[in-house]
Design a protein around this ligand. Structure first.
Ligand code: HEM
Length: 494
């Protein structure tokens, strides 16, 4: 471990080789599974280091809560990432990567005013319009269900943030956003960049042999900036011209005297709005795709959910947000989808000062990573964790309700998800409206056999997503088709 006067001992962990540390043991795929295994040997807190970077993995719920919730004032920072955070500059352009500083606090205030518990209610009508479009797309082209789920989540997000009216296909702003999401994932890929382990490399000049990474970083930085600045400038001009459609950003651009905001205030608005698409798209899409996958695999659960919707909503209207309190089984399905996937499997935070927990030293600046996947798949908390069982979250006589995964999946402490209420309502509407109108089932092979999709997940960037799968999505009745078409024409000219 890096040399430092230690006040306490480091947590236990796998034995390291000098200089390169645990590099050779560092898992490239699904590291959270390996960390979970290591915790059987080393306990809930484990330590390792790789070429000077220190990692503390937190594998138990109690330690996660004690550190990230109770000591949130310490663990509210994000660890230093040389490529993504510094060279590409995400620390200055994205809330997710930022340190916990005044600018982040301002950004969180802004996003709270847009997506807090009260404000989110104002977005329901737009969300419902987006949903009708999704249902229509599922009617017209059910095989591409997975693409539609992404397209309409993106469309609704950009409409809310910037008032942008996206094209249903090949929209240039969505294309650029997706491109930047890809670049960010590349910038964060573990083991991809030497400079992440040897931070001094960040200072070598661009012309230096082997400094190609700096060229890449410069270009990526430019593209990333373009993504957040482009739409900001468009909205700004429209606000000045008085032609801006209603949006979160447009509503916030003028100060009390009717002047366009400038300086730090303007920058914070640009950063807050620019952070939301990237933070919101892969996560919600992963949740909704998990739902399709689990429905295709569990026909009885699906039937039970549809019965619940039918009895509460009836046949003549689409389900809405106000039905939610009457749909406990749907709510349990949402929780179970979030648990079984654990969309953000590892939560990395960092502290600016050394800390001691249960006698162990947690060094300042180390990557302190809560293994959310491990906790959400811990058989002590969730018996038979690989089984999809919404009943875990329905109170029943003689059986205690299992821990609500939503306490963990949206993060902990001062850095919890800024889009929580949007995510919850959007996911709920997707799941409920889709089940109201469609049956989801295994796809049919050319020989007529049904292919039940396997429950396989993979990690892309820091998000866990279902591996690509096929399923059938068919309308439940001619009446449902008619209802969707009817509602769709009513909202056509919104
Ligand atoms: C199922 C959907 C979602 C999940 C599971 C999720 C989960 C998370 C998690 C785990 C974090 C990091 C928390 C931490 O470090 O402790 C986070 C942060 C964040 N999320 Fe979400 N999220 C979701 C949807 C969204 C949506 C829809 C938006 C925006 C529209 C959004 C915006 C953000 C932002 C801006 C942050 C950074 C907050 C900060 O660092 O202060 N998220 N989210």
């Amino acid at each position: 471990a890096p040399r430092r006067r230690r006040r306490a001992t480091l947590p236990p962990g796998p034995k390291a080789i000098p200089i390169i540390g645990n590099l050779l043991q560092l898992p490239r795929v699904n590291p959270f599974e390996i960390y979970a295994k290591w915790s059987k040997t080393y306990g809930p807190l484990l330590y390792f280091h790789v070429m000077g970077r220190e990692f503390v993995i937190v594998n138990s719920l109690k330690a996660a809560m004690d550190l990230f919730e109770t000591r949130s004032n310490l663990y509210c920072h994000k660890p230093r990432m040389v490529m993504a955070g510094e060279l590409v500059g995400k620390e200055q352009t994205s809330m997710v990567f930022s340190r916990y500083n005044d600018r982040l606090k301002e950004c969180r205030k802004i996003t709270h005013s847009w997506m807090g518990k009260m404000s989110i209610v104002e977005t329901y009508p737009l969300q419902e319009i987006g949903l009708v479009r999704l249902l229509e797309a599922l009617l017209d082209d059910p095989e591409r269900f997975s693409d539609h789920v992404r397209t309409y989540a993106g469309t609704v997000l950009l409409r809310l943030i910037y008032g942008t009216r996206c094209l249903p296909r090949d929209d240039p702003h969505i294309a650029l956003s997706e491109h930047v999401c890809g670049l960010t994932a590349e910038a964060m890929r573990p083991g991809r960049w030497f400079c992440d382990f040897l931070p001094w490399m960040a200072n070598i000049p661009e012309w230096f042999p082997g400094a190609g990474f700096k060229q890449w970083a410069k270009q990526t930085r430019r593209t990333t900036m373009e993504l957040i600045q482009g739409p900001y400038e468009v909205v700004k001009k429209a606000v000045i011209d008085g032609t801006a459609p209603k949006s979160w950003l447009a509503d916030e651009m003028l100060d009390e005297s009717g002047q366009i905001k400038g300086g730090e205030e303007a920058y914070n608005l640009m950063m807050a709005s620019g952070s939301l698409y990237a933070a919101g798209i892969d996560t919600t899409v992963s949740a909704i795709r998990t739902f399709f996958l689990m429905m295709a695999r569990n026909p009885e659960i699906q039937k039970k959910a549809q019965d619940e919707i039918d009895s509460v909503v009836g046949p003549n209207r689409l389900p809405s947000v106000s039905d939610r309190p009457s749909l406990p089984y749907i709510n349990a399905i949402i929780k179970e989808c979030l648990r079984i996937n654990s969309i953000v499997p590892i939560l990395p935070h960092s502290s600016d000062t050394d800390d001691v927990y249960e006698g162990y030293l947690i060094p300042k600046g180390s990557f302190v990573m809560v293994n959310a996947w491990k906790i959400l798949h811990d058989p002590e908390i969730y018996p038979e964790p690989e089984n999809f069982r919404p009943e875990r979250f329905i109170p029943s006589p003689g059986e205690e309700m299992q821990m609500d995964p939503e306490e963990l999946v949206f993060g902990l402490g001062r850095r919890t998800c800024a889009g929580l209420y949007f995510a919850q309502s959007w996911i709920y509407l997707n799941m409920t409206q889709v089940l109201f109108a469609f049956d989801i089932g295994p796809a049919k092979a050319p020989d007529g056999n049904l292919i039940v999709p396997p429950a396989r997940f993979e990690t892309a960037g820091h998000i866990r997503v279902p591996a690509e799968f096929k399923c059938s999505v068919s309308p439940r009745s001619p009446e449902k088709i008619e209802l969707i078409r009817e509602v769709a024409t009513m909202v056509r000219d919104d």
